[in-house]
Write a protein that binds this ligand. Sequence first.
Ligand SMILES: [Zn+2]
Length: 369
Amino acid sequence: MRFLTADYLYPLYKNPIKEGVLQISDMGEVIAIFDNREDITNEKLELFDGVLCPGFINAHCHLELSHLSGQTDKGKGFLNFVEAIQQRNNFSKERIKEAIILAEQQMIKNGIVAVGDICNTSDTIFQKTKGNLNYYNFIEVFGVKNKLTDQIITDAKALRNNFRKAGQKATISPHAPYSVPPKLMREINISFDNKDSLFTIHMQETHHENELFQNKEGVLKTWLENKKASPEIWKNRQRAVDILQELEAEKVMLVHNTFTKKEDLTENYYCTCPNANLYIESTLPDYSIFDTDKLCLGTDSLASNKSLSILEELLVIKENSNFDLNTLLKIASKNGAEALGFSNLGTFEKGKTPGVNLIYGLKKVSVIA
Ligand SMILES: [Zn+2]
């Protein structure tokens, strides 16, 4: 049994407690929370400088792209980034695997306990089955031509089944409003079964997405036309968020939302990846518009971020919002756990095993349990 205390305890399901004490079992299960250190007698208190909070949830990552670290140009815009990612297969399997192992180690060191991970391949399964972290895998589909729908969905189901056979949570999810025609969306809906709990989708990562749907123009439209895309993509949707009407799920997590306006907002979960937005588009979402009980945080991949650290993402939000520390930590932990359905993570509620992070000077994080 351990009794942990610091300047502040952030249980996240209730208000922060000055000099509060967290009692956990040797297995990391939360046993109790005490408001005063004096309540603990005859037990050894472990005293820390800083604040204690639950383990972080990285709600959006692409672990399989870790080998592309340093391979893409910074600040060249979204379409340039998409083209650069096409180089993903020009690397040996060994290099891809090694990068996945190192990226996971980095996340663990940075206090991350669960990940919402986008998958286009089975490359990460070998590492995920080791059980070092909790993963919700989103099998991402895209394909701008209607005639490829059957093949795309057949391949996606095979990949999803590989993940499920390995004991992993896996759901087929659409990539983005501009890359999935209505026909493919219908097949994605049909694929959703009782093992699935939410969809995720990249949303309004570039302003070209708004140009495409609202004005039926811009470089994204030219890009799609060059790829002989099915025009229903932009004809049937008047706004990027209109694609949500085609998704039949109770829960959706929208990722990026860099160019989302207040009138675009829905009841869904929203995930922001600030450092990736700065890397690719040199801009950030307007944080004042979001419901802070539904806002989650992700690192995106090492192709568009120098590290996989939720604390570093939090620091960017802190500089660009008026959120207090309790709100920031909820975004980093509680909300992502709720969105991804990890009911034993995200808060210091009794019976959970959420992991314990110590943050000191709001600069460094270390894993305490
Ligand atoms: Zn992404």
